[in-house]
Design a protein around this ligand. Structure first.
Ligand SMILES: Nc1ncnc2c1ncn2[C@@H]1O[C@H](COP(=O)(O)OP(=O)(O)OP(=O)(O)O)[C@@H](O)[C@H]1O
Length: 614
């Protein structure tokens, strides 16, 4: 296939020198902060009689930032409301205290155990609350937090009861060395967060957060993805707890009570939930102000409460989120390009071995909603290498048929076959077998770029896992580079390449619909099901869609097109199934269907459609 050779339709806008300067400001401030933190022990030694106090302040803030990043991963990126992060911090603290004080092993072994404990505990909580929705999940984590704290108070033999365990220390390290340990840990955790979020694993996490159904339709497993991110978040919370115990020199159940979690929530919301730098910036701001008002320490909780309230009212996206949404922080809107090039070979799986076996088949499908017979014994057979239209009046059962074929609805009776084999029961598994669906209602990942949306569609085909993504191993780098090149080619094919860096939420309605189709194609399906894709598209976008359908068909793959735009249907479909009141009333080529009296009768209530048909 030819490479994209897009010519921009209009020239990009120029940035003023002030804009350029302001865009570089965050990077410049980060560099200054890094230098100050590295030199901090020397600075405090030179300027203060109480250097160890000020070094401890920064070390504590770094540990808090680690916990806040962990909270950001679960709540900000994973959409999992967690009220048990202080509990996991307590668990991590116990692990380090037990290993160093009771067992006499090195503190690093304690930190490793802290991470394992945090991961196992959070994984368990997630598994037992899989069906819980956002708020109920939060309540379950609250209960889990109470269990950890109360368990810590009661299990005296291991935890030391209410008095806890004292004498915890990073054996062999001076205070200044430990200061640098906390900084290194913070940098590593930040890099883990960044690597995760910029990888296919992170894109899957965000996709599941935005819409589990859409993610499943692209072959992403929602449960596995949630478990992964929450377990990772738990491991990081455990790490933070282990370091906290080493910093404090003791651990007791008070560390785990929810009140102590306020600072992390405030830091997260003030800095910017769902942003990379937000947790660190938020905690840095809070730590600075708390230090400045330390003479009024009894008002600290009041201050934190008021800060949270003000942050929610004035900067609901937090400092970093607000910056990113501003003119300077947001990627500039792109420009229109002419569609060009072809579909990348990699998104076109090999055509079925036996072209006579239907790519997708529904036999005797029945789905009733109470008294509504939405689907009432439908047979449908979609041939490989065809565009198969499904038409019918509003409410006739088209979308429900598709939901049955893709297992988003459990059928009352009937069979679904993919390439002659029984279809699996779960939507993500159907997608894994090569049947991808675009929903009638747009489900884009609006806060991600156009490019990232397309890349999210490729997750089902990517073979690397979490360790590879976090460490950016060669396998990951190769796959990521290939994915980006494929995504660029797909966007060029659809005429969207000029908008690749733009946030998906800022596209026009037609561009969003087109992007959804491109994202579905990115998953490399054998059968692409499009539910009313042409709604709201301008003629040029409809042409791009028609090109895409034909390119698919010409490669021996199948497209199922549910559509009310009859002109479009008649133009691109090879075969059409007409549904009315949950039953198939006609099936055949466009000309055949157009002349079928039963079809005309079904459309009599829609004279506009009759006109299109005849
Ligand atoms: N989850 C549901 N619960 C109850 N009834 C439903 C549900 N989903 C669909 N229906 C009903 O089933 C019937 C078929 O709906 P469906 O959405 O499949 O029709 P459609 O042909 O896709 O319509 P349209 O062209 O307007 O999208 C309608 O009467 C609808 O109200």
């Amino acid at each position: 296939m030819s490479a994209p050779t897009n010519a921009p339709v209009k020239a990009p806008a120029r940035s003023s020198p002030l804009d350029v300067l302001l865009r570089w400001l965050p990077a410049a401030l980060t560099a200054v902060a890094a230098v100050v933190l590295l030199a901090w022990p020397a600075i405090t030694d030179f300027y203060s009689y109480n250097a160890s106090y000020y070094n401890g302040l920064v070390a504590s803030a770094a540990i808090s930032a680690i916990l806040t990043i962990s909270l950001n991963l679960s709540m900000g990126y994973g959409g999992l409301l967690s009220m048990m992060h202080t509990g996991m911090q307590l668990l991590g603290g116990y692990a380090v205290a037990y290993v160093t004080v009771e067992s006499g092993l090195p503190w690093l072994a304690g930190v490793a155990l802290a991470m394992v404990l945090g991961a196992v505990f959070s994984g368990l909580v997630l598994v037992i609350s899989l069906r819980a929705t956002y708020l109920y999940f939060g309540m379950i984590t609250l209960a889990a937090n109470l269990i950890v704290v109360e368990g810590g108070k009661s299990w005296e033999a291991v935890t030391g009861g209410v008095n806890g365990i004292v004498g915890v220390a990073p054996g062999g390290l001076t205070k200044i060395q430990f200061y640098y340990v906390t900084l290194v840990a913070l940098v590593l955790v930040y890099v883990v967060q960044r690597n995760l979020i910029h990888s296919g694993v992170g894109r899957a996490v965000m996709a599941v957060k935005e819409s589990p159904d859409t993610a499943a339709a692209m072959g992403i497993r929602p449960t596995r993805t949630k478990t992964l991110v929450f377990t990772l978040s738990g491991a990081i919370a455990g790490l933070s707890g282990g370091l906290y115990a080493l910093q404090l020199g003791f651990i007791n159940p008070d560390v785990g009570i929810l009140d102590n979690g306020l600072v992390f929530f405030v830091g997260l919301f003030l800095g910017g939930i769902g942003t990379l730098a937000g947790p660190v910036l938020g905690v840095a701001l809070i730590a600075t102000v708390v230090e400045l008002i330390k003479d009024y320490a009894r008002y600290t909780t009041l201050f934190l409460g008021c800060t949270l309230l003000l942050a929610m009212m004035l900067v609901p996206k937090g400092v970093v989120g607000t910056w990113r949404a501003s003119r300077l922080g947001r990627p500039a809107d792109g420009e229109d390009h002419e569609p060009s090039g072809g579909l990348p070979e990699s998104v076109l799986p090999a055509a079925a071995a036996d072209p006579d076996v239907p790519a997708l088949e529904g036999r005797g499908l029945v789905k009733h909603f109470g008294g509504v017979k939405a689907v009432d014994g439908i047979d449908i057979s979609v041939a490989a290498g065809s565009v198969h239209g499904v038409i019918g009046p509003n409410g006739s059962g088209k979308s429900t048929t598709v939901a049955c074929l893709t297992r988003f609805h459990k059928v009352d009776s009937g069979d679904v076959l993919i390439c002659g084999e029984p279809a699996p029961d779960r939507p993500f598994a159907v997608a894994e077998r090569g049947v991808t669906r675009v929903f009638q209602v747009p489900h884009l990942f609006e806060q991600q770029s156009v490019l990232d949306n397309v890349l999210a569609g490729m997750r089902g085909r990517e073979k690397y896992g979490l360790p590879s993504a976090l460490l950016r191993l060669p396998a990951y780098r190769r796959r990521e580079a290939a994915s980006r090149a494929e995504a660029a080619q797909l966007l060029a094919f659809a005429g969207l390449s000029g908008r690749s860096a733009q946030l998906a939420g800022s596209l026009s309605h037609g561009q969003k619909r087109l992007l959804e189709v491109v994202r579905a194609v990115a998953s490399g399906p054998r059968v692409l099901i499009l539910d009313e894709p042409a709604t709201g598209l301008v003629p040029a976008e409809i042409d791009a869609l028609a090109r895409l359908c034909r390119a698919f068909r010409d490669h021996g793959l199948a497209v199922v097109l549910i559509e009310h735009n009859m002109d479009f249907v008649m133009r691109v479909c090879d075969r059409i199934t007409v549904i009315d009141s949950g039953k198939v009333i006609a099936c055949g080529g466009p000309e055949e269907v157009r002349a079928d009296p039963a079809v005309l009768e079904a459309y009599l209530g829609r004279p506009d459609l009759v006109e299109d048909l005849t």
